[in-house]
Write a protein that binds this ligand. Structure first.
Ligand SMILES: C[S@@+](CC[C@H](N)C(=O)[O-])C[C@H]1O[C@@H](n2cnc3c(N)ncnc32)[C@H](O)[C@@H]1O
Length: 274
């Protein structure tokens, strides 16, 4: 697969991602709250987590899955794969493999339940990713994907875009924004329905405003890493200071707000047995 700057960033910053600060940030909490919405069935024997990160959700799912269930974490960032492998070393039911939405390393019709948390917005080709999900799901298989939609983080975009534009110019700012494939609810519905015409696809959306400190928000640095990739040394430190100050300007008594636009794609077998 071609090099992907986002995956490289996740790999390089894997220890920050899996670390306590990031997991305690509003982003980490918002992600973990989604665990309650995952719904493996007792008859699901093969469960796959795509973009499984440090493997935290896989460990949680193991506790909920029926005995003899196999859990497969598919993760493209080598740094996160090795943390996940280390953290699941004693769990023989869990396997961590290299792969991404666009090319899942799983046989056709082999997965009973596929889920993914906060990863599909990084797919480089949403149609190819959705087609791969349709390919690997068993005829009776089902899926839940939660990811960021087009209208996430409007407050931050408004506050930081002038800084990015002044420092890096429009071409780089738009190229960086293009690294994340943020879909509207309607676009997500169209992509998944086209890829899986023989299954029932429903897409819901909601908004969730989170408050955190500037440091807490900056801990999930990968969100703006794209814009910063080409900035080095002093330039980068200056830009970061300006961004911190722009974000700090949004502070309310509850903290600095960031409104997530979340999409949930639910896939079921057409006959409704799932
Ligand atoms: C915000 S993290 C979420 C990780 C994990 N699901 C969790 O709940 O903590 C996004 C993940 O998506 C992965 N990712 C990036 N591009 C991807 C792609 N094209 N296919 C699958 N995963 C991808 C990253 O490496 C990272 O692990």
């Amino acid at each position: 697969m071609p090099a992907d700057p986002i995956i490289d960033t996740y790999s390089r910053r894997a220890h920050d991602y899996a670390g306590a600060d990031n997991q305690a940030s509003c982003w980490g909490l918002a992600t973990r709250e989604l665990w309650a919405r995952l719904g493996p069935r007792p008859r699901d024997r093969t469960i796959a987590d795509i973009g499984s990160g440090d493997g935290a959700a896989l460990r949680e799912m193991l506790g909920r899955a029926a005995p003899q269930t196999r859990l497969i974490g598919v993760e493209p960032a080598a740094g996160l794969r090795s943390i996940a492998a280390e953290r699941t070393r004693d769990l023989s039911a869990v396997e961590i493999v290299d792969g991404r939405f666009e090319a899942l390393p799983l046989p056709a019709a082999s997965v009973d339940y596929l889920y993914s948390l906060m990863a599909f917005h990084w797919v480089t080709d949403p149609a190819a990713g959705a087609a791969e999900i349709g390919r690997v799901l068993s005829p009776d298989g089902h899926a839940d994907l939660f990811f960021i939609g087009r209208f996430s983080g409007r407050e931050f975009i408004k506050a930081t875009t002038p800084v990015f534009l002044r420092r890096f110019g429009p071409a780089r700012v738009f190229a960086a924004a293009g690294l994340r494939r943020q879909l509207t609810r309607e676009e997500a519905a169209a992509v998944f329905t086209a890829a899986m015409p023989d299954r029932r696809v429903t897409v819901s959306e909601w908004y969730d405003t989170r408050y955190d400190t500037v440091d807490g928000h900056m801990a999930w640095w990968v969100r703006i890493e794209g814009q910063m990739l080409a900035a080095g040394g002093e330039d980068r430190a200056d830009a970061e200071a300006e961004i911190r100050s722009a974000i700090g300007g949004l502070a309310t008594p509850a903290g600095v707000p960031y409104t997530l636009h979340l999409l949930h794609v639910r896939v079921e077998a057409e006959n409704g047995t799932s």
